[in-house]
Design a protein around this ligand. Sequence first.
Ligand code: ATP
Ligand code: MG
Length: 415
Amino acid sequence: MKQSILAIKTLKEAPKDEESVNAILLTRAGFIDKLAAGIYSFLPLGLRTLRKIENIIREEMEALGAQEILMPALQPKENWAKTGRWDSLDVLFKLKGVGDKDFALGSTHEEIVSPLAKKIVLSYKDLPFALFQIQTKFRNEPRAKSGLLRGREFSMKDLYSFHANQVDLDKYYQQATQAYFKIFDRCGLGEATYLTAASGGSFSKYSHEFQTVSPAGEDTIFICNNCKKLAINKEIMNETPACPTCNGMGFDEAKAIEVGNIFKLGTKYSVPFELTFKDEKGQEQPVIMGCYGIGPSRLMGTIAEISHDEKGLIWPESVAPYKYHLLVLGDDEEVKAAADTLYEELIDNKLEVLYDDRSLPAGQKFAEADLIGLPWRLVISAKTLKEKSLEFKKRTDDNQNAKLIKITEAIKKLK
Ligand code: ATP
Ligand code: MG
């Protein structure tokens, strides 16, 4: 992609109406644009990053044997009335359709997926299976000041699993936990993310959250300082003075962002929707369910929160909108031609590159490249061309650590 035609404008200053680090940096770097509190457009660079995160999640869901579907965001009141959540879920957006019919905008999909599964499941032979979607959710969040961390319209991956018995659910829950850790590892958040016991399991003592340590987090967690594997959400700390994994009694307190959340739902939704199956003896039994959420847009905000410096964003390679940022300096025709040729070669070799081909001062190009935060910077100037070379450095390297590589060897080296 040539920056001369890229539809973004970067900003030198923080936008006045943003408080959070992620929103300030992502807006300044031209990844997102705010429409209203908690409501953002994803611009070309931002959408590429969001899609990369979603694709990592999609791959890990498919590896878990889950099947992708897409359910409606516009949902009739009847489904929500059945579980009582039409009245009890305060973040539900409600609206009127023709004939004064009531609808909700989907904030989660248990009320939709349960009656859908009822049409698929007849007997124990139809179980187990799991369905997931990556979809826009709507929640009338009272506080929406944290940029992508708390949207009123946001992206969610929600997975629902259906089982004939508790043992099968427990097994899948473990596998889903491992899949979640793979996702956070691949997004560069693995080290900072803790499996965290939380209240709210309707079928088990705990539900589990995945909490990424960051000062921007709204939650407080206690990380077991013995096994360092498990944390406990502060909300339930009083009841559980010992680590559920190793029985350790010492904890380190930290602020954290809830990036994912998994629940053993049991029969909470299968009962109201009469989602049952015939067991081996021909007896009608309620299906046992699990649900597993993750927020791709919140993940993107979390990466921005924990991976940046005073100059701008620092994207992990796996989710960077492009891997390489090629900059051409000066207006010399020969230099420009060399950069144009390298750009074409990078594309021919399927290497993802953003090319700053604009006529701008070098300082401005460097500053913007640091702000956007692609993993590798390549510079061609009159000085490097004298050596038949380009300058090559990692976003996190100092300028002094930039290396010269021969242009003729560039493709081979970069590959
Ligand atoms: P929170 O306690 O932060 O409001 P939640 O418990 O309501 O989260 P879930 O309903 O379990 O979250 O949603 C699953 C996942 O969707 C969360 O783990 C999070 O990653 C993401 N998510 C939830 N609410 C939002 C939001 N308002 N904006 C962006 N992502 C969200
Ligand atoms: Mg919530």
